[in-house]
Design a protein around this ligand. Structure first.
Ligand code: WTA
Length: 705
């Protein structure tokens, strides 16, 4: 394709008409409305554009400030917005101390280990206060960490993880938690990028009935960081079971330390929370980017904490006496915002579950909910689909009652939504579909549960104080109700937005603002729409339907995987010449990945090479990214300029029409690839169901953006 042809493809993609039946509305019960934190529709006026940015005081006032701010929003250095300037606070104080003073014996965290015979732990605010203080004393005294230092965490779903996060926050240390399912190599890249000298990990944890050796990944991580020029001084190792060490990896003298042993010197120690400027970074969260270097989304202390507290209060309707269970992993942004910082800042009880959703059977979540009296439940479509498939009738057998249920991370199909509402929610719970991303700290689109009706498959209108716009490729607004899709942007800054990409400010501007900013000298925030990275359509009622990523990202079971990262992982295999990752529609996981690989001259295809490619992905990224299939092809379909036509191979993998291939440099390779791939898939019984029109469009335009 020539450049003009490529641009034409982009334009038509943004103009795709989306045919998806409008769903009927569902309404909250009178009982829910009567107890809701936000039941008066005038709240939307309080957060309207004419009250911006002062409207966000309401969120910030949910926190205790050591010093109140003088400037709500400073826009002097666009697009590096500063919120609550002049203010000082401590996140750990706000999540722990102030609740400990009021209700020391209330459970802050209830931790459910995966093995069912192992006792559940209730950690009171008093106990959390003690643990956070001791850990902070250790980080300060033993590791010499202080404000502004970075520390990398590679921890599973255990209570030690929020304890360490809050201990860092107490000291003003910037934590960077890497999802435990990521490989040691991926963790090492993030250690190097953030400049951490300390890695905090755990020997092992439970997942799907197995004890996973996790400490081995720390050794790989330290090695990978060293290759990038970063020495790790200390590795702190928690033990999943006190005094037992479950790892094949030996402890390295002078580098590795068991936390329980070092802790003996810090037992009972207290550390005063450091009063941090509102703008001090609280944490980094790495997310998939389009190129090699990891992208560390940097989140602030004051703005971020205000935003997650405010959105928890109004959109999740969290009251201090609720028992709230979010089933995400703390290693992702959802866990940071809506397991740890948001719920604890409001002084509620947050449930943390260690393991797999359906272990040992698909009733496990319902047993947990019943036993703990969970009344707010938060999970992702992929989990809902899986629980529905494994046991559609199981929720009815358990005596739990949710007042509110959340879905996040992927679009939810209306029929899955309805099972969630009817069967899990028992027609009693409201469903809140929350749309947002790592970069945004908290929700961008969601219904205020007592005020707005639910509509299956749509996230709802914009969140309070968020003013979106959908633009076409030229920057012209796409109107609501036209059925046309475009790139959804947020026109204004909001407190939860990331501050920058750690160490890469130009990339921050380039990735999120360059597309629709036409005057880089402008100091007016109106000139800086934030590109969310999703395609969307808006219905006449103002509700948004999110269509998925417009960049090279594949959303597998709610995990964002960059195609470039997948491809560079496979390119570490010496025999591989070229690699391309494409999404395949999957009934349970939303999308799965298939890799197409071509080999260097003289090398022939073999099952061993397919396995090598899969293993490379596990090593470089982690098991979560393991592709379903690796197809070794003699040649990739390419444009005349040499670009791999991902839409063509994506169509083949999905049994969709490959479309017009006459402009390819090598159209003759397509039929051979199609025959090979589809006959293999038929043999393996791996054929997707009939795609919807919307899915078809996604596949046909994949890789154009
Ligand atoms: C997708 C997760 C549809 C979207 C919080 C976004 C959603 C990406 C929804 C961010 C939703 C998230 N409906 N799609 N309710 N929520 N997404 O950074 O494509 O892991 O860009 O943050 O997930 O993924 P991330």
């Amino acid at each position: 394709m020539t450049n003009t042809e490529e641009t034409a493809a982009l334009v038509s993609e943004a103009q795709i008409a989306v045919h998806w039946r409008e769903e009927e509305y569902y309404y909250p019960s009178a009982r829910f409305i009567a107890q809701a934190n936000a039941a008066d529709p005038r709240i939307y006026e309080r957060f309207s554009e004419e009250h911006f940015p002062e409207c966000f005081r309401e969120y910030a006032d949910l926190l205790d400030w050591d010093r109140y701010w003088h400037t709500t929003l400073d826009t002097t250095d666009p697009p590096f917005w500063k919120w609550f300037v002049g203010g000082r606070l401590n996140a750990s104080y706000n999540c722990v101390d102030r609740h400990m003073e009021k209700s020391p014996n209330k459970a802050a965290i209830i931790w459910v280990p995966e093995p069912e015979e192992e006792a559940t732990q209730a950690i009171t605010y008093q106990e959390l206060y003690r643990r956070v203080n001791e850990m902070a004393a250790l980080l300060e005294g033993f590791c010499g960490l202080g404000p502004g230092d970075r520390v990398t965490l590679h921890m599973p779903m255990v209570p030690e993880l929020p304890v360490v996060m809050l201990a860092c926050a107490r000291l003003g240390v910037i934590h960077s938690e890497v999802f435990a399912g990521f490989s040691g190599t991926a963790c090492g890249g993030r250690i190097a990028d953030s400049g951490s000298k300390v890695l905090i990990t755990m020997d092992s944890y439970y997942r799907d009935g197995k004890v996973l050796d996790h400490k081995v990944k720390a050794d790989e991580a330290v090695e990978a960081a060293r290759k990038e020029g970063r020495e790790v001084d200390k590795v702190l190792v928690f033990r999943r079971r006190p005094d037992e060490y479950h790892s094949a990896s030996p402890m390295v003298q002078g580098r590795d330390y068991f936390v329980d042993e070092v802790m003996r010197d810090y037992a009972g120690k207290k550390v005063a929370p450091v009063s941090m400027p509102a703008e001090a970074p609280l944490f980094l969260m790495y997310t998939s980017g389009t190129t090699g270097r990891p992208k560390g989304a940097q989140h602030s202390t004051g703005g971020y904490l205000s935003y997650v507290a405010g959105t928890c209060k109004y959109f999740l309707d969290i009251h201090p006496d609720d028992t709230y269970w979010c089933f995400a992993d703390i290693g992702w942004i959802t866990g940071h915002s809506y397991i740890v910082y948001g719920p604890l800042s409001l002084g509620t009880t947050t449930v943390i579950y260690e393991g797999a959703p359906a272990f040992p059977d698909a009733s496990r979540p319902w047993r947990i909910a019943e036993r703990l009296g969970v009344n707010i439940f938060h999970t992702a479509p992929t989990t809902i689909r899986m629980l529905r498939k494994a046991g559609p009738e199981l929720p009815a057998k358990h005596d739990f009652h949710f007042k509110l249920m959340v879905t996040v991370g992927e679009p939810i199909e209306p029929e899955v939504w309805r099972w969630y509402y009817d069967t899990v929610g028992k027609d009693e719970a409201v469903v809140v579909d929350t749309w947002w991303m790592t970069e945004t700290g908290g929700f961008l689109g969601a219904t205020l549960p007592a005020i707005k009706a639910m509509k299956p498959g749509s996230c709802g209108p914009a969140a309070l104080g968020i003013y979106p716009a959908i633009y076409d490729e030229e920057g012209k607004a796409v109107d609501a109700g036209t059925g046309r899709a475009g790139n959804i942007c947020i026109r204004n800054p909001w407190p939860g937005i990331m501050q920058t990409i750690w160490g890469q400010p130009e990339r921050f501007v380039q990735t999120y603002y360059a597309k629709y900013n036409h005057d880089s000298a402008s100091k007016d925030w109106h000139d800086w729409p934030f590109l969310c990275g999703d395609g969307a359509v808006q219905a006449l009622d103002g509700y948004y339907r999110i269509l998925g990523r417009i960049d090279d990202v594949i959303n597998v079971a709610g995990h964002r995987l960059g195609t470039k990262e997948l491809e560079s992982a496979v390119l570490t295999v010496p025999e591989v010449a070229e690699a391309a990752a494409v999404p395949v529609i999957d009934e349970l996981r939303g999308r799965v990945v298939e890799m197409y690989v071509s080999l260097k001259p003289g090398i022939s295809a073999s099952p061993e090479l397919e396995d090598k490619a899969k293993a490379a992905i596990e090593t470089e990224i982690g098991k979560v990214a393991r592709p379903r299939n690796v197809w070794i092809v003699p040649d990739m379909p390419k444009t005349r300029s040499g670009k791999i036509m991902r839409r063509v191979i994506a169509s083949i993998s999905n049994f969709a029409d490959v479309g017009d291939i006459t402009t390819l440099a090598n159209p003759d390779v397509v039929e051979g690839i199609r025959h090979h791939v589809q006959s293999q898939k038929l043999q393996r019984g791996d054929v997707p169901r009939q795609l919807t029109e919307k899915e078809m469009e996604e596949i046909r335009s994949f890789g154009n953006a």
